[in-house]
Unconditional design. Structure first.
Length: 220
């Protein structure tokens, strides 16, 4: 199997149980491909790696996986201050703390890929360029099953406001919000039955419709 992103460290026990319920074990994960190196997407990457999985990430994001640290640009930590009044934001923070979200995972020997590569992992996904949330943020398009994993190029549950529906990640979480919104153009023409987000429920109504709704949310 291929894992797309690796959640939070506190999800480890649940992952093993869920795999067992499907008749698999951790060692059946041959590769974990990362949309980007944020802590809530990499937490179990070391655990999977130790069990034998290859870890792959875009070359522009590999330095942050090797040496985790805060973002800059629109996502500079000081920019989050105006959002601290929101109870919804604090619910997100509490959930991350409970799942060890600030225990930043690092992998020092990850393999790297470039945009438009077809990865030599189970499912053979194509790498789609979606920079903005991070410099090398990547989406993954699987033809079979017809699925697009967008990571944090979009979300369907806003981690700050908890508003629902396809939308860009909050400006304060994107390293370049303008670039993140521009990256929606790259996704729009992809044909996939289901869109899967890093935050929120799956979207079954086509990529183009998700992008249109996300663009509308970006302008509001």
């Amino acid at each position: 199997m291929t894992a797309i992103d690796a959640g939070l460290p506190g999800f480890g026990g649940r992952l093993v149980e869920d795999l067992a319920s499907l008749g698999f074990s951790l060692s059946d994960i041959e590769a974990v491909i990362l949309t980007h190196p944020d802590a809530d997407h990499t937490g179990l990457a070391p655990m999977m790696h130790e069990a034998g999985a290859r870890v792959l990430i875009h070359r522009d994001d590999e330095p942050k996986l090797r040496k985790p640290g805060p973002k800059s640009g629109d996502a500079s930590p000081v920019r989050i201050i105006p959002e601290l009044w929101r109870p919804s934001f604090w619910r997100t923070i509490v959930g991350m703390v409970q799942a060890q979200g600030f225990n930043m995972a690092k992998v020092t020997d990850a393999e790297t890929f470039d945009y438009e590569d077809v990865l030599d992992v189970p499912g053979r996904p194509r790498v789609v360029a979606t920079p903005g949330h991070t410099p090398g943020h990547s989406a993954f398009h699987f033809e079979r099953p017809s699925t697009l994993f967008v990571g944090d190029a979009m979300c369907s549950l806003n981690p700050v406001t908890h508003s629902r529906g396809p939308q860009p990640m909050p400006r304060v979480m994107n390293q370049s919000h303008a670039q993140a919104v521009s990256s929606l153009d790259t996704l729009e023409g992809i044909e996939a039955d289901v869109v899967l987000f890093g935050h929120g429920e799956p979207w079954p109504d086509g990529v183009a419709a998700a992008v249109r709704q996300a663009r509308s949310a970006a302008q509001s």
